[in-house]
Ligand binder design. Sequence first.
Ligand code: SF4
Length: 355
Amino acid sequence: MNTLQVRASLDETRKFMHERLQGIVPEIEIEAKVEIAHGINELKHEMNAVILGHNYMEPALYHSIPDYTGDSLQLSSIAARTTADIIVFCGVWFMGETAKILNPGKTVLVPSEKAGCSLAEGITAADIRNLKEKFPGAVVVTYVNTYADAKAESDYCCTSGNADKVLTKLIEEGHKRIIFLPDAYLAENTATQLGLPYLDSEADEARFAAISKDQPLVIGWKAKCEVHELFTPEDVANIRKQYADAVILAHPECPPEVIDLVDKSGSTKAMVDYVRDKDAPWYALLTECSMGDNLAAEFPHRKLVRACTLRCKHMNYITLEDTLNALKNKQYQVELDEEIRKQALIPIQRMLEIQ
Ligand code: SF4
């Protein structure tokens, strides 16, 4: 939690936002947002709502209205424990679904119906059923960036924050074929991190046959994050040329050839922890743009390379204005088929047990 901690007056909200966001957001824009943020916080208290803000929210929202901020894993854990009547998820739709899966009796709102995700849209429940037929006996691990019906076909969920721990547990349990969906890069990067072989699910049969049945193998799918897939080795080289002493941190949804070149790969939580706890002359983050701005605002004594120009259009749909409308009109409510919800709950609960 790193935003307005108590029920603040309009003047306190104005003071906080200007101090926190100076140099990050133009003054005129901060001023335009103050009343909206204050209105949201007032409504939130009146309605007994909790606002969860993903690390990729734009700075004026991220630093004014969430009760909790974090990555998918952190926010899912909070959603599992909340006593609020209404959960407003300032993030993309699959995150709202995860909150609803964990809290079927609560109203869960996502401020925009358009906030999708290229990973969640990159795989269907039918795709997973086909993979299970193609690789009988394989255990299915699904990244939390998927819709509820895909999760319902899975044995485990994971986030980028605990993918390595989930795979390690499965290997310790003796699993030899692990289908890891849907992000090809996260699957390959995690396999490499753990020293495991990786094959795309559509690779030639000869390549599968070449790997002993006693050797654990990670089998991936073809979906990519439309933001992180755009980072290149040239981006890393350009940062090193200009900021030779910068520590470069990259999200594991980036291509493996980028991960090979950076100093550290980790989830957005790992990036927050690193910038907060480790001293470095400069920090460069290869991830969605708002993250760098949010950390620059939160840790003004740290020097962040503002090299990133990649904004997720889905995260960008979530605005302060839409969040105010979400509370006023109780929109857009996440509703799920109860059978799918119950099935999807199982892999999510397993994920939450492995942090
Ligand atoms: S940044 Fe990538 S993974 Fe995250 S919501 Fe956007 S498209 Fe999906």
